[in-house]
Ligand binder design. Structure first.
Ligand code: HEM
Length: 552
């Protein structure tokens, strides 16, 4: 072998600089086709093997470690130099998205987005600034990625007939837990699996869950009364978290997580939030997130996944008296739990708890910030079933002003603020204004920015529940721009349940208490500590709750 390698031709080939440069260009041609985001670990391993082997061969020819490192190092420098030069020149000047405005750095690499993530971990705010800076509805936020804030584009990107599919972002944890109904990128697989979820959230099923929602909302009020009687400051953001977790435990798995009862931050909530933290930094850098999870891993994510699978295993062993969500998802004939249902158990808890808790926290923040809106809501709620000690879902099913408060809080503070990733079909899409978006482009439509756009919601930064009722409908120009639950076939399956929860907690809280920011605070932590981790990790909200005279 060594003899063979020692032939002059081989020696020349191994040390050939033009060859290393040429291979760099060829690699770019290969990498430019297809999707490699979740193969980054394989590609890196391949490079390590190739350049390691080159050093080994060189050592065989000339047994000098320094020489071997030099030859391999030079080849690597030339190879990566030409690969990177080729990629950067192509992305900067020849890429199919070159006509779209945006920061130059974002054309070259998604790493540049990290600049927009730090220091506040709220990418959506910084993307909004970029739309303003470039005065454009469409900006380039990555080499093959656009951010679009046009209501006209929503049906084409997200609508029921859209040809767009979910982008590579959804595959980040596929190697660990397979795909959930939410993360599967196959339209057919999603359609099949979504049928069971739709049954779990049908009107009939929701009616079955109602008493359980009432029970937990009642437990929340009882705990808050206890807190209010002994403390001048109640961390309401924590309490709504306990509530939303307990509801999910009960309706999802027929068990209580007992968080309202314990009344303290459960390790699981900490775990969930920690497991979502890498997403705040790498959320928009799919291959980076994938590489991170495959190399360094995320112990918190693994622990959280192990816990949700355990919850599901325990649920499978019991025969609940009342149907829960997993009554619709589990097949009693399956002996083992299919991997995909483990992913769905995590989906249910993440999608159903944090989003609802974040929405409630922001809603109470807005009510404290706008005392007139608080009093008006209180007055309206007082008129609903005045003789009852507790308002249940049925009492609250028809109160447009209450719904206006909820919609307005979710308009200003959507729980998924950066939107969701979609990818255009190979032939591309054409927007109503005739803008052509080429194929295989990743698109984000940030709800935070769309829902604060004065073209669609005049006086966009004003908290105005009346825009959703007969009182001030002219303050909604284009309702399509309101999509906190997303829209189309992938929209939130739990939205009706979420609305029931929001109604129940909001109405019962305002009729039981007067509420204001805790002394010396103005909800500042919610403003400063909230992080965008796909869903929001909301900062703490401390309020003063005063039981009302003649409280119902
Ligand atoms: C205010 C509360 C909520 C908000 C703002 C919200 C928002 C969203 C959004 C934006 C999506 C689309 C995600 C995407 O396309 O990547 C979604 C999907 C989903 N949500 Fe919600 N959600 C809320 C509450 C809930 C609740 C209470 C549940 C369940 C009990 C739930 C279960 C789901 C599921 C299963 C999906 C995936 C649906 C699919 O892909 O077919 N959500 N949600």
């Amino acid at each position: 072998m060594a003899q063979l390698l020692r032939s002059t031709q081989w020696e020349a080939l191994i040390r050939s600089k033009p060859l290393a440069v040429g291979l760099g260009f060829v690699s770019h041609l290969i990498l430019n086709n297809g999707e490699w985001d979740h193969s980054s670990h394989l590609i890196c391993s391949f490079w390590i093997v190739v350049f390691g082997a080159l050093a080994a061969v060189e050592y065989t020819l000339d047994p000098s470690i320094v020489g071997a490192i030099q030859v391999s190092g030079t080849a690597a420098a030339l190879y990566f130099g030409s690969l990177l030069t080729s990629i950067l020149i192509y992305r900067a000047f020849f890429h199919r998205l070159r006509k779209f405005p945006g920061p130059f750095g974002n054309r070259l690499t998604k790493f540049y987005s990290l600049k927009h993530v730090f220091p506040n971990f709220r990418l959506y705010e910084n993307i909004e600034k970029l739309h303003k800076e470039y005065n454009s509805d469409i900006i380039r936020t990555g080499p093959r990625e656009l951010s679009i804030i046009s209501a006209d584009a929503i049906p084409i990107v997200h609508g029921a007939m859209s040809k767009c599919k979910k982008g590579s972002w959804y595959d980040a944890t596929k190697h660990i837990e397979g795909s959930s109904t939410h993360t599967t990128r196959s339209k057919l697989d999603h359609k099949e699996r979504r049928k069971a979820w739709d049954r779990a959230f049908s009107t009939k099923s929701l009616r079955e869950y109602e008493p359980r929602i009432n029970r937990h909302a009642y437990a929340l009020m009882t705990q808050l009364k206890e807190q209010a009687s002994t403390k001048t400051s109640v961390r309401i953001s924590d309490w709504v978290n306990y509530y939303s977790f307990d509801v999910m435990g009960d309706i999802g798995f027929s068990r209580s997580f007992g968080m309202l009862e314990k009344g303290k931050e459960d390790e699981l909530i900490t775990l969930l939030h920690k497991s979502m933290e890498p997403v705040s930094i790498f959320g928009h850098l799919s291959w980076g997130l994938s590489l991170l999870l495959r190399t360094l891993g995320s112990p918190e994510m693994m622990q959280f996944m192990a816990w949700t699978s355990k919850v599901l295993r325990e649920r499978k062993k019991i025969e609940p008296k009342e149907n829960d969500i997993f009554s619709w998802l589990l097949n009693p004939e399956d002996e083992d739990i299919p991997l995909q249902l483990n992913a769905d158990s995590r989906l249910l808890i993440v999608a159903g708890s944090d989003t609802t808790a974040a929405s409630l926290t922001w809603l109470f923040y807005e009510l404290c910030k706008n005392p007139d809106a608080f009093r008006k809501l209180q007055k309206i709620v007082d008129e609903i079933a005045p003789g009852k000690s507790f308002l249940d879902a049925e009492d609250l099913a028809n109160c447009p002003h209450l719904d206006g408060v909820i919609n307005e809080a979710m308009r200003l503070h959507p729980a998924v603020p950066s939107g969701v990733q979609r990818e255009t079909p190979p032939e591309g899409i054409t927007l109503p204004d005739q803008t052509y978006i080429p194929g295989e482009t990743l698109i984000w439509m940030p709800m935070h920015t769309l829902q604060r756009d004065a073209r669609y919601f005049p006086s966009p930064l004003t908290f105005m529940p009346e825009r959703w009722t007969d009182e001030s409908p002219e303050h909604i120009v284009d309702k399509r721009a309101y999509m906190p639950f997303s829209t189309g076939v992938y929209n939130c399956v739990g939205q009706k349940l979420a609305i029931m929860e929001l109604r129940s907690v909001t109405a019962n809280l305002v009729r039981t208490f007067d509420m204001q920011f805790a002394d010396g605070t103005k909800g500042d932590k919610v403003e400063t500590d909230t992080r965008d981790c796909f869903t929001l990790n909301v900062g703490a909200l401390d309020v003063r709750l005063t039981p009302r005279d003649g409280e119902k």
